[in-house]
Design a protein around this ligand. Structure first.
Ligand SMILES: Nc1ncnc2c1ncn2[C@@H]1O[C@H](COP(=O)(O)OP(=O)(O)OP(=O)(O)O)[C@@H](O)[C@H]1O
Length: 229
């Protein structure tokens, strides 16, 4: 039924639809359709509990949802994380094993840690540290950088800016703009002021439906009650 996707130089299109999910008969996602392509940063916004994290988990394949269809270049992938070079994912919680230094974790991901931290001189002093020895913000930033620099067609980030100080958020946003030249990024984060200028496409998850915002994103977010009017 399903063919394995071809991963050449791209561009690639990642699509997910038919995603319906309920907890204790309480609907969270109702037939969601999502699309990300190489060269794009796609933002996913929504109120607390609207289902952003479970949607990212479903696209990545960490959460099995019956009838969910996740496709790359039109070919079904289930789960997506099993396809070499397709996608990596940063969950809300820490990703890195506590017993590995950042340098060792980078080696596992086949990332050059010096290159990944080139724009963050203070982080380069900390590559020998294990996650538990780092501040929360530094640990978060290092994880985002490792996944950005890993050689996958797509990266999914659940709250990549969480705990990161403003001056580094700006530099990280620039890194993401550079990275989208070679991959597609899907991110969710409540720091909308940083997210909106970064994104080519913005979705709002609302009452289980995914709305693709048109026109001025901030105005639309006020109209839908995600931002105070
Ligand atoms: N394993 C689970 N069992 C029951 N309910 C769950 C489970 N996982 C998530 N939920 C519920 O699903 C809904 C969506 O959760 P999710 O974590 O995806 O929200 P979110 O949009 O990422 O929220 P936030 O912005 O607060 O991070 C919430 O109401 C949550 O309580």
């Amino acid at each position: 039924m399903s063919k394995r996707p071809e991963f050449g130089t791209g561009p690639h299109v990642l699509e997910a639809d038919g995603i319906r999910l309920a907890f204790d008969s309480r609907p969270v996602l109702a037939d969601v359709y999502l699309r990300v392509q190489s060269g794009q940063i796609v933002g996913l916004l929504g109120r607390n509990g609207s289902g952003k994290s479970v949607l990212l988990q479903t696209v990545f394949g960490a959460r099995a949802v019956p009838d969910a269809s996740v496709r790359v270049n039109g070919c079904y992938v289930a789960p997506a994380f099993r396809v070499p070079g397709l996608v990596n994912y940063l969950p809300q919680a820490s990703l890195l094993p506590p017993y590995l230094s950042i340098r060792q974790a980078a080696r596992l991901l086949r990332v050059d840690p010096e290159k990944a931290t080139a724009s963050f001189p203070d982080l380069r002093q900390q590559l020998h540290c294990r996650p538990g020895e780092l501040s929360g913000g530094s640990a978060r930033l290092l994880q985002v950088l490792l996944l950005l620099h890993a050689d996958t067609a797509f990266s999914l980030f659940d709250e990549p800016f969480s705990g990161i100080m403003p001056v580094h958020v700006e530099t990280l946003a620039d890194e993401m703009r550079q990275t989208k030249l070679r991959k597609g990024l899907l991110l969710t984060d409540h720091r909308y002021a940083e997210v909106l200028p970064l994104c080519d496409v913005v979705y709002l998850l609302r009452q289980g439906r995914l709305l693709k915002l048109e026109g001025d994103f901030e105005t639309a977010l006020r109209d839908y009650g995600y931002l105070a009017s």
